[in-house]
Ligand binder design. Structure first.
Ligand code: EPU
Length: 421
């Protein structure tokens, strides 16, 4: 297994280009299953989860072509299987995103149940119940969701809880249903919005995009003409590099990003003492060499502070001036990074869903273990300021969601290298 070795102490500076958003690319690639014609998707990030999605679609018989710029052309007309097998779903829960499109277009899907993961139990009952309400016949047997359906029927869905991939699955299904579907209490994450714009470009009739009530007038066919769509920039990758610079007292400019979808994160960085300036597609952060001030954050669905940035802020608070209170309300167990940060000298007390982080003068390098994607990012961030070397093990988690992280950090002046297994 590859490892990262990071020597702390370098102040980050320079410019970076942000990649396309993983969590928009995954549903959009799944949504290509709905298209009659080949679809081309651009600004695809270079990530393990993308490779897994391509393998998943490939195993179903879908034809995929990738060019040197990571544009992926997907032709689903050759599909010959409607199965998402356990060995792929196990490595990437987002495989569940093929459920809605398969049922809606082909009337059949067999998707392995994802099960729990490092950040919580993560059930998919809202996805399943929504499809049942739209007329699908669904059974769960031998660890698989088996779905059969004629044409799905539009209906009113009031989601019990805000769910990102749940909203996406139901949105994709509703796009081909007969009649109108209304999804209330829908997730408003920018990645859901990006998927809705993609579906509309393929001919779907979705209104209320960006709000928590999505109205979908079903159409008979999608993607009658070939289209090209570029994925929106990754707001979590953006936030992660901003924190990486902030913790080192650095100064960076991130390009090809979207400040307008990062309000909650940028506000907290300003509170931490960062000077932030933005343009339409760039963000500059300057700490003027200062140490960050501790900030308190409470995670919640968009537009509030994202759970996917919680671990990174925990790491920043670990060496900040003062005490920061981190409250996680989206996932019940998203604190696996804390024990590893403590091994680097952090002073963190965990009380149920709240972490009380008291900034210390210094962290020290240590061998640490990645447990999930964002937890791993927080360890890399802490390592950037730790005294000596930190060896981050099991970085396949990082490779799932960060495009060439060691190259990008090196470009900003960090001392980081990958050690192959
Ligand atoms: N939930 C249910 N029932 C459901 C679905 C969700 O109870 O049927 C609960 C979950 O257990 C959780 C809450 O609802 O407590 C919210 O989970 P959500 O469904 O929104 O999460 P997700 O769709 O599985 C996506 C992202 C995550 C991100 C969350 C929250 C993708 C592929 N994944 O997950 O991204 O943390 O939304 O914003 O879009 C990551 O990129 O590192 C990552 C984990």
């Amino acid at each position: 297994m590859d490892k990262l070795i990071i020597t702390g102490g370098a102040r980050l500076s320079g410019e970076l280009r942000i990649s396309g958003a993983k969590n928009a690319a995954l549903p959009i690639l799944a949504a290509t299953l709905l298209s009659q014609s080949p679809v081309s998707v651009g600004n695809i990030p270079h990530l393990h989860d993308i490779t897994t999605t391509m393998e998943l679609l490939g195993r179903m018989g879908v034809d995929l072509t990738v060019d040197e710029k990571m544009n992926i052309e997907v032709d689903s007309s050759t599909i010959n299987s409607f199965v998402a097998p356990y060995e792929l779903v196990r490595t990437m829960r987002a495989s569940i995103l093929v459920l809605g499109p398969l049922v809606a277009r082909f009337g059949e899907a067999h998707v392995s149940l994802p099960g729990g993961c490092a950040i919580g139990s993560r059930p998919v009952d809202i996805h399943i119940n929504g499809l049942i309400k739209m007329g699908a016949d669904i059974t769960v047997e031998n660890g698989f969701i088996h779905a059969k359906a004629g044409r799905l029927q539009g209906c009113r869905l009031v989601l019990e809880q805000i769910t990102v991939t749940g909203t996406e699955n139901l949105l994709m299904a509703a796009a081909l249903a007969e009649g109108t579907t209304i999804i209330e209490n829908a997730a408003k994450e920018p990645e859901v919005t990006d998927l809705a714009h993609f579906l509309n470009k393929m001919g779907a009739k979705i209104t209320g995009i960006g709000t928590d009530v999505l109205v979908i007038e079903g159409v008979e066919k999608l993607g009658v003409d070939s289209i090209h769509y570029d994925i929106l920039p990754d707001r979590i990758e953006t936030g992660t590099y901003l924190i990486a610079a902030a913790i080192t007292g650095g100064s960076i400019k991130l390009k090809n990003t979207r400040p307008d979808i990062l309000d909650a994160v940028l506000e907290k960085l300003v509170e931490a003492g960062a000077d932030i300036t933005t343009g339409k597609d760039w963000i500059k952060l300057d700490m003027h060499g200062k140490k960050p001030k501790a900030v308190s954050v409470r995670t919640s669905p968009y537009p509030a502070f994202p759970t996917d940035m919680q671990a990174q802020f925990t790491a920043m608070n670990a060496i900040a001036d003062g005490v920061g209170i981190i409250t996680e309300t989206v996932f019940e167990n998203r604190f696996m990074h804390i024990q590893e940060l403590q091994r680097m000298g952090a002073d963190i007390k965990l009380e149920s869903n709240t972490a009380i982080v008291t900034g210390v003068k210094k962290l020290t390098g240590a061998p640490v273990m990645s447990t999930d994607l964002r937890a791993s990012a927080s360890l890399v961030i802490a390592a950037l300021v730790a005294e000596g070397d930190t060896l981050v093990d099991r970085i396949y988690h990082i490779d799932r969601g960060y495009d060439h992280i060691e190259e990008k950090l090196s470009q900003l002046g960090a001392t980081i290298r990958r050690v192959p297994r």
